[in-house]
Design a protein around this ligand. Structure first.
Ligand SMILES: Nc1ncnc2c1ncn2[C@@H]1O[C@H](COP(=O)(O)OP(=O)(O)O)[C@@H](O)[C@H]1O
Ligand SMILES: Nc1ccn([C@@H]2O[C@H](COP(=O)(O)OP(=O)(O)O)[C@@H](O)[C@H]2O)c(=O)n1
Length: 227
């Protein structure tokens, strides 16, 4: 049952992973798995319990009772913890500011990685695009297509600032760079591992970036078929 084709996409915050992966998944008829949502939802869950994500014991306690669910349908995206729909709440700057604490707990990473592999394998679609920070290296290192999506730091900050209305642009940029610095001490998503294709979207608009990703996908899948 696991002949679901996996496309692995990593990159720093604001590089376009979610939006580009979602659009590429639509074009391919694939599922789309946002792995950052699990870390965000667990951070939300920790905060709901009045705990601090810097407290790794509290994070592990929250992770042991974490009724998490996510949609892999790019046209019907939602994230739930128990009965709560947290699709919007997990994008809150409060959660973004707390999520790296969750991501640095090794036991949490092992737990969610198992879940990601199981969710992708159970897909009823021919393939799934999985995006995050360690998909090309840890979650799906054998995927036939592995891409590192990058963009210059100031471009990524500007894209994120255009989305976030609760904070001014300078605060959004500072929070994004702080989170990348913290996250990159856990996994390396700034340098492509061997065999990983880099797509740099600094000078590409959204449609061009989707086309560049689809170009890599078609090339790699054709090569894999022709072996
Ligand atoms: N190549 C691009 N050009 C312009 N805007 C883009 C591009 N790629 C993504 N965006 C926009 O930038 C923002 C951040 O993208 P997102 O997919 O959330 O990034 P990530 O998941 O890597 O944090 C979104 O508003 C998205 O629509
Ligand atoms: N595969 C992944 C995905 C996300 N993460 C963590 O989850 C957070 C949120 O990821 P995200 O993909 O939603 O973040 P953005 O790039 O969309 O801002 C990151 O800042 C990391 O701390 C991770 O550690 N590993």
């Amino acid at each position: 049952m696991t002949d679901v084709a996996i496309i692995a996409i990593d990159g720093p915050a604001g590089s376009g992973k979610s939006s580009v992966s979602k659009q590429a998944a639509r074009a391919l008829g694939y599922g789309y798995l946002d792995t950052g949502a699990a870390y965000r939802a667990l951070a939300w869950h920790v905060l709901e319990q009045g705990a601090d994500t810097a407290d790794s014991a509290a994070v592990q306690t929250a992770a042991s009772d974490f009724p998490y669910a996510i949609s892999l349908d790019p046209d019907d995206y939602w994230v739930r913890v128990g009965d709560a729909d947290v699709t919007d709440a997990i994008r809150d700057p409060r959660v973004s500011g707390a999520v790296s604490g969750v991501a640095r707990v090794p036991e949490v990473r092992v737990q969610v990685n198992k879940l990601f592999r199981a969710l992708a394998a159970a897909s009823d679609r021919p393939g799934v695009i999985i995006e995050g920070r360690d998909i090309t290296t840890v979650v799906a290192p054998d995927a036939p297509v592995r891409i590192l999506l990058t963009a210059a730091p100031e471009v990524r900050a500007a894209r994120r600032a255009a989305e976030v209305t609760e904070q001014d642009a300078a605060a959004v940029a500072a929070a994004l760079h702080k989170r990348d610095a913290s996250d990159s001490s856990v996994v390396d998503f700034l340098n492509a591992a061997p065999g990983v294709e880099v797509v740099d979207s600094t000078d590409l608009d959204f449609a061009q970036t989707v086309d560049a990703v689809l170009g890599v996908v078609h090339e790699k899948l054709e090569n894999a078929d022709g072996r």
